[in-house]
Design a protein around this ligand. Structure first.
Ligand code: ZN
Ligand code: ZN
Length: 273
């Protein structure tokens, strides 16, 4: 083992020990064990394990939020307090196991992004005032005996389904043998989002072309099955779960139905057979 390998190995061992310390500190605090050995929990944590008071605060504060969520308590041991703290506010008794799995498998940057996306989408209602002309138009489209909300949903759904231009069919690689994405498809996909990550409000440049239906199953490189994603959103997409990630699923549906660039834009692209 060379010096670098030794260093990396020690770093990994260190992490394991730090996470174990973080995982048992709440019990030391809650059961008052520290009182016998120090004036307060901060002194205790610093003296016996070199834990800073900021981290002690974070551990205690996070733990109160996950007191009834054993899966997330366990996750501290595998993923550390900082990642668990990121999702503590989002946790319920029902999603805690899914969240625990996420923090244990995803990188910190992806957990940060996931928490941000989820927070941004809770209680997210948009209120629109309709003036008299808009009300008139709406009432013309609205089916009888249907609530306003449901009617608007149906109208919007109809619109998104009809905006798919026919040229979206002219792409190679719908039954592909190779993982290689034809350049034309790739460029059309990137063009849809101007080279940015496909996620709403994410303005990072794309770094991966993601297959909405996994290539291993679909063998489909059609741009409708592709979406450009930043590193973090790509990681999130690969740690998905149908229950908590409905917002991501809805999003992959809307990205598929985004309008295609006009043929004029596409002519400049290298054709691939
Ligand atoms: Zn992917
Ligand atoms: Zn992104």
């Amino acid at each position: 083992m060379n010096l670098h390998q030794q260093f990396v190995k020690l770093g990994q061992d260190h992490k394991i020990i730090v996470y174990k310390i973080q995982a048992i500190l709440p019990r030391i605090y809650n059961e008052g064990i520290y009182k016998k050995y120090a004036d307060d929990i901060y002194e205790y944590a610093r003296k016996y394990a070199g834990v800073s008071s900021g981290v002690v605060d974070k551990i205690i504060h996070t733990y109160t939020k996950i007191a009834d969520k054993p899966a997330l308590q366990m996750a501290i041991k595998t993923a550390g307090i900082h990642k668990v703290a990121l999702v503590a506010n989002l946790a319920t008794k029902h999603n805690q196991e899914i969240l625990a799995k996420k923090v244990c498998t995803m990188s910190k940057a992806a957990v940060v992004q996931f928490a941000k996306d989820t927070r941004g989408n809770t209680n997210d209602t948009l209120k629109i005032e309709l003036d008299s002309e808009m009300q008139f138009l709406f009432n013309q489209l609205k089916p009888e005996n249907m609530s306003n909300k449901e009617a608007l949903r149906q109208i919007l759904l109809g619109l998104t389904q009809n905006t798919k231009p026919p040229q979206s069919k002219n792409f190679p690689g719908e039954k592909a043998k190779s993982r290689y994405i034809p350049a034309k498809n790739k460029q059309a996909t990137i063009h849809k989002t101007n080279g940015k990550c496909a996620f709403q409000n994410c303005h990072k440049p794309y770094s991966h072309i993601h297959h909405i239906k996994p290539f291993s199953e679909s063998k489909n490189h059609h741009p409708d099955n592709l979406m450009p994603l930043c590193k973090e959103h790509h990681e999130i997409m690969h740690n998905g779960d149908s229950k908590t990630d409905r917002m991501y699923q809805t999003y992959t549906q809307t990205i598929s139905s985004r309008p295609w660039p006009t043929p004029m834009v596409l002519t400049g692209m290298p054709s691939s057979s």
